[in-house]
Design a protein around this ligand. Structure first.
Ligand SMILES: C[S@@+](CC[C@H](N)C(=O)[O-])C[C@H]1O[C@@H](n2cnc3c(N)ncnc32)[C@H](O)[C@@H]1O
Length: 289
C-alpha cells in the first residue's frame, strides 16, 4: 500500500493488522471468492506431480484454501510479504494448523525467485497496493517467475461508477436504519459504510486517489448528529478506521485493468462472487502466460 507513493511505516501496518480482525468482504475475500480461487487453482493442479504456489501478501483465506484443497502433499506453498508484522498477524487467522509454508520477507517488485519457478501465483487485491507507476513492473515480475504453463489468479478491484451517487450522510442514514431494523450487525454496518465511503473518496478527491480523509469533515459532522445512532456509527467509524483514513490508493477503471493484464497475460476467465456488497467491482481474473 502506498502513502503518496512512499512505503507505509510498520507502525501503520500494525494498526491495519489489528483492524483486519473486524473487516469483512470486500476488504477480505469472501467464501464466494475463495470458491472461485479454488476452482481456478484446480484447473492447474491436475497431475500427481509437485506444484509450487506463491501467495503475494499474507492473505490467510488463500493460504488456508491452498492447504485445505486436500493438496497438502502436492503443494509447496510460499508467501512473500514485505512486512513481518502482517505475516505474523495474518497467521492468527489461518484455518489450518501448522501450515507448512515458506514465509519470505521481500518486495513483490523485486522478487527473490528464479525465472519460471512457480506453477501458480495468487494475489488478493495486490495491484491496488502498488503505485500505478509500478504496476507493470509487478506484472513483469509475476510473468518472470511463472512457469510457461503457469497461472496468475488475482482478485482486483476497479472504479465503481455508481459510487458517484454516494454521500456520507446518505450512507450513514441508510445503515443506521438497517441497524435499527436488526438487519445488520454493528460490525457489518461499519464495514459496509467503509466500502461506500472508500469508493466515494475516489470521486471527491481531486487527484483521483482513494483517500478517505477528503470525507473526514462530513464524517465529523455526522459524529455530532442529534440522532444518537448516526452519531455513534460515525464516531466508531472514525475511531476504527483511523489508520486507513489518510492512506492513499490509486484505482483504475475496469477497461484500464483489462488492458494492463492483457499486456502480459491471456485472460482465461473472469468471475465475480455474489455473496457480498459491491462484489461486482472485485472480479477474480484467471490469467495464463
Ligand atoms: C492491506 S494488506 C492486504 C492485502 C492482501 N489482501 C493480503 O491479505 O495480504 C496488504 C499486504 O500487502 C503487503 N505488501 C504491500 N505492498 C507490498 C510489496 N510491494 N511487496 C511485498 N508485500 C507488500 C503488505 O505488507 C500487507 O501485508
Amino acid at each position: 500500500m502506498n502513502k503518496k507513493r512512499t512505503k507505509v511505516e510498520p507502525r501503520g501496518w500494525e494498526k491495519i493488522a489489528q483492524a483486519w480482525q473486524k473487516m469483512t468482504s470486500p476488504a477480505r475475500p469472501s467464501l464466494g471468492d475463495v470458491q472461485i480461487y479454488g476452482k481456478f487453482i484446480q484447473q492447474i493442479i491436475k497431475s500427481n506431480r509437485h506444484y509450487r504456489v506463491l501467495v503475494l501478501g499474507s492473505t490467510p483465506e488463500l493460504r488456508s484454501l491452498v492447504l485445505r484443497l486436500g493438496l497438502l502433499k502436492k503443494i509447496d506453498l510460499y508467501l512473500l510479504d514485505l512486512n513481518s508484522t502482517m505475516i505474523y498477524a495474518m497467521s492468527a487467522f489461518l484455518e489450518i494448523d501448522k501450515a507448512k509454508e515458506r514465509q519470505i520477507i521481500g518486495d513483490w517488485l523485486n522478487t527473490p525467485f528464479k525465472d519460471q519457478y512457480f506453477d501458480i501465483v495468487l494475489g488478493d487485491e495486490i495491484l491496488i497496493n502498488v503505485a500505478e507507476k509500478d504496476r507493470d513492473r509487478l506484472l513483469q515480475q509475476i510473468y518472470r517467475i511463472l512457469k510457461f504453463d503457469g497461472a496468475f489468479i488475482t482478485r482486483a478491484s476497479h472504479v465503481n461508477p455508481r459510487a458517484r451517487k454516494f454521500t456520507v450522510a446518505k450512507s450513514i442514514n441508510k445503515y443506521s436504519k438497517l441497524y435499527l431494523q436488526h438487519k445488520l450487525t454493528l460490525n457489518q454496518v461499519l464495514n459496509y459504510l467503509f466500502e461506500e465511503v472508500f469508493e466515494l473518496s475516489y470521486f471527491r478527491n481531486g487527484q483521483k486517489f482513494l483517500c478517505m480523509d477528503v470525507l473526514l469533515k462530513d464524517l465529523r459532522h455526522q459524529a455530532k448528529s442529534y440522532n444518537a445512532v448516526k452519531a455513534m456509527i460515525a464516531r466508531l467509524f472514525i475511531k476504527e478506521y483511523r489508520a486507513l483514513l489518510h492512506q492513499h490508493w490509486s484505482w483504475e477503471s475496469y477497461g484500464q485493468q483489462i488492458k494492463r493484464f492483457r499486456k502480459y497475460f491471456k485472460i482465461k476467465k473472469i468471475e465475480t462472487a455474489k455473496d457480498y456488497l459491491y462484489a461486482y467491482v472485485l472480479p477474480i481474473y484467471f490469467l495464463k502466460k
